[in-house]
Design a protein around this ligand. Structure first.
Ligand SMILES: Nc1ncnc2c1ncn2[C@@H]1O[C@H](COP(=O)(O)OP(=O)(O)OP(=O)(O)O)[C@@H](O)[C@H]1O
Ligand SMILES: [Mg+2]
Length: 255
């Protein structure tokens, strides 16, 4: 049984294997909603309009198993479906091409609610994008598990390094590791206890056997710095909650 409220951020250049890995992750969950813009997921039901998608969600609110691929003509309409998806419990939500729905400078409220409070409904989330810097920092900051296939761009490596404090290695070692990943093998950072099995299986075994798959330590763990990245400013993969978030959590708990 996979972890019931894990947030995963998955990155990699085009054709690196993100969607294939995502499809394996999906198999571990019995209730699945996929934002499937390219129609790649072979799930039980397909919705091509917001109304159809909402009808499926209402129909399966209490079902022990369902899987829905949402394929809409207008990108903005996905947010309406995701707003309703927040009402579901015990569900995995996959957001393919996450950079179409958010960016480094914008994070729509529908996604913000899912990322911040989805755990109250045991909603797991998988955000997929080619380049880490293309998605909102809110996603990477709240992710429990950060997964990347090979990356080469120094800017992307810098950004990833700043998001992966569980990696007890210097920026140079980090770059060499992520640039040197073999085809279809990923680097995994964060809390391995909550990572789906498919992620563990796709991780670069040689490296994980050497202990590169680290548990999150809140960023306080020893980490060498070669001065190439601002490790002192790194955002922990599991970010501490703000006072506002704690207050809302308490309100929700009382409701
Ligand atoms: N683990 C794997 N083993 C062998 N081949 C794979 C594996 N994963 C992916 N592939 C091959 O690579 C192709 C591209 O994979 P995939 O569609 O998952 O890439 P992607 O990262 O999602 O690309 P894009 O950014 O364009 O969406 C697949 O069609 C498949 O042929
Ligand atoms: Mg893909």
């Amino acid at each position: 049984m996979p972890n019931e409220n894990v947030i995963i951020a998955l990155f990699g250049t085009k054709g690196s294997g993100k969607s294939e890995l995502s499809k394996k992750i999906v198999e571990e969950y019995s209730r699945v909603i996929a934002v499937d813009m390219l129609g790649e997921y072979d799930l039980d039901q397909v919705a091509c309009s917001v109304d159809d998608a909402i009808n499926v969600l209402v129909e399966h609110e209490q079902s022990s198993a369902f899987s829905l691929s949402v394929r809409l003509p207008e990108t903005d309409d996905y947010l309406d479906v995701l707003e309703c998806a927040y009402e579901m419990t015990d569900t995995l939500i996959v957001v393919e091409e996450a950079s179409f729905l958010c960016s480094a400078s914008s994070f729509p409220p529908e996604l913000s609610k899912l990322v911040r409070y989805g755990r109250h409904r045991r909603i797991s989330q998988l955000y997929i994008s080619r380049r880490p810097a293309e998605v909102s920092r809110d996603v990477t900051a709240q992710a429990d598990v950060l997964v990347t296939f090979r990356q080469r761009e120094p800017r992307d490596l810098d950004y990833l390094y700043s998001c992966a404090p569980g990696a007890r290695m210097s920026r140079r070692e980090f770059g060499a590791y992520v640039e040197g990943l073999p085809d279809y093998r990923c680097a995994v950072f964060g809390d391995k206890e909550v990572a789906p099995l498919a992620v563990i299986e796709a991780s670069w075994r040689k490296m994980s056997e050497q202990g590169e798959l680290f548990a999150v330590d809140g960023g306080s763990g020893a980490r060498e710095s070669d001065g190439a990245a601002s490790s002192g400013e790194a955002t922990p993969v599991t970010a501490a909650k703000t006072e506002d978030e704690t207050a809302i959590d308490e309100d929700e708990a009382q409701a």
